[in-house]
Design a protein around this ligand. Sequence first.
Ligand code: MOS
Length: 753
Amino acid sequence: MTEIMLSQTPAHVRHGSNIGQSFTRRDGALKVTGAAKYAADHHPPGMLYAVLAVSSIARGRVASLDVAAARAHPGIVEVITPANRPPLAQDPDERSDLFTFRLDLLQSDRVRYANQPIAVVIAETLEAATEGAALLSPRYEIEPARVGLDAAESFVPSAVGPGFPAQMHRGDVDAGLAAATRKIAETYETPAQYHNPMEPHAIVASWDGDRLSIDTPSQGLTIAQGRLAGLLGISPDNIHIRSPFLGGGFGCKGLISGPQVLGVIAARVVGKPVKLVLRREQMYGPVGHRAPTRQTLRLGTDRDGRLIAIDHHTKTMSSTFDDFFESASDASHTPYASAAIATSHEAVRADIGTPMFMRAPGEATGSIALESAIDHVAQACGMDPLAFRLRNYAEVEPISGKPFSSKALRECYRQGAERFGWERRPLAPRQMRDRDGLLVGWGVGTATFPALMFMGNARAVLRGDGRGVLEIGAQDMGQGAGTALAQIAADALGLEIDRVEFRSGTSDLPDAGIAGGSAHTATAGMAIHNAGADVIARLAELATNDRRSPLFGAGNAGVTARGGRLSRSDDESRSESYADILGRAGLAQIEGHGSGAADAAAQSTYAMHAHGAVFAEVKVDPDLGQIRATRLVGAFAAGRIINPRMVESQLLGGMIWGVSFALHEQAIMDPRSGRPMNANLAEYHIPVNADVPSLEAILVKEHDPHVNALGIKGVGEIGITGTAGAVANAVWHATGVRMHKFPITLDRLIEPR
Ligand code: MOS
């Protein structure tokens, strides 16, 4: 195995006590007192209200809109339709790269999916705009909607997820299956799901000449800025985006959406600030969702219960006009060893809004099918499902052949099982009942998520008063990123955390890339770390070259930055404060820059993943089929933990989402109209407090020297993977019924398939 050198060994050692501390959220008090201003809380003087009119059909064209009736309503200022929408600098149907998706910006009267924007009504009040939109009374030429995974001929997409190959293999799966002593072939279905952050997409846009200023939630400020600049034909420098708080993102705020752009267009048309907020049902179409899948897994083992073939095939769905393909089969690339492994995808096009990245895109969807199938083949082998996983978890990533941190995974299995009490689990199903006669079942699932990094930049400043400023256009979706990154900033500058001003969340700051892919802390964190190293190196240069400094000539010995002082690394009694160094040099401040990105050499040598094992208990009413998840224990190894409190909260949130995936969430499409029938939070079920079981997330210690100099892996999405499958497997253990359609609802449990 090639050993690699870390390319990011810090120029000077910095010591701090901030990384690793369970600080509470820096913005917590603002949020609980209502002082945190979210996008829709802004009311610039003279602001008008825009409301979208959206299509009630899934396919056809808008034959007429009663614009006159809307305009006649008191308080209406303007009605924008395809007939009068001002020209854009770029065709919204142009797809220039992987991350520029097609948008519906009133470019024609075509309707491509239900809830597509067909007009924007602007008024002096929200009520007037809402009424005006209702008065448009659209008439449609309706064409039959194509709905479901059998809507059309399928095809092999040119890529899945963010540009992954649709088909991959290693070894000969068919030969493996032919030689297998035990094998299964099972098909699983997962539904369409919608992101549903508490805060819907919202924008307050103001124009001043050709300068645009907006308040809107965004997981990626620079990407949003670039997209808007292209569409509007202005320089990105003329666009200022403020996104200090997001009320959840989950991927639907990763790229700027059509409705947000329509808010900007509306403000330009009326020449006044405009607010546009999506109603909940308007989020079921134009802002992305998780596509449904039908996945077939064929697994084969030898006589010792070792996997010798894994074949994972996914059929999924995209829109008729754009390409996003849920990469569910790729979940089989990583957790389990097998000499032969093949993954493939096919897709159909239907009359839906384009699917999008949604919280563990591909991984969550694929994981529930894979973990269900692994459990099933373990049963075929007569093995305990944990023992089967311990025999089969991968030491090297099967698809790439690259080594990764499998020891950490083993530790997750061990600690999770011990805490859960797994050893008391009877092998056969339907063996356990609680005092009320409910069937009790225990299940396990393996969690895995790639340790990704994107590109990010940061600027660090040390001021003459010895305080520091760290600037990065990072985003906090509510998970506590701002707190964790401020901790990294303090250590990067060798300062106490309250002596560092941490600035983030606006587009005028250095580009932090996207808060997605569970990569933000690693990416932004490394940018901060390197910016701090840069400014400390400059400071050390000043001191070690100055005869008047106690650090003069310490260049070779090295200096340590801690608590606002530089000291000789070999003799800490020789030290000087930052303020004194800067003061003597006559400098008001010095500035440093750094960037964060994946280390290409390390990435080509190692497969990088966070790992975990999730154990679930469910209780099922034997007569009524009612299912409750009652207890979850997850053990996760995710490299260095910056803030255990935030990380535990992220993991618990992911596990709750896993329960939701297994038992609650689904969008139901009306096959006649192509409309989502439960486009609201009453009928689109997500767990409420009563649905959330006793939860525990164990942080398994892991030191991974290869991912990045700080050893950070992501924790945002891994909690969903493993959990959903563990719950499904617990349902089998309680009832003896293998479920193939998710979510597992009581009707499906009583009458499987
Ligand atoms: Mo996400 S789907 O990486 O916000």
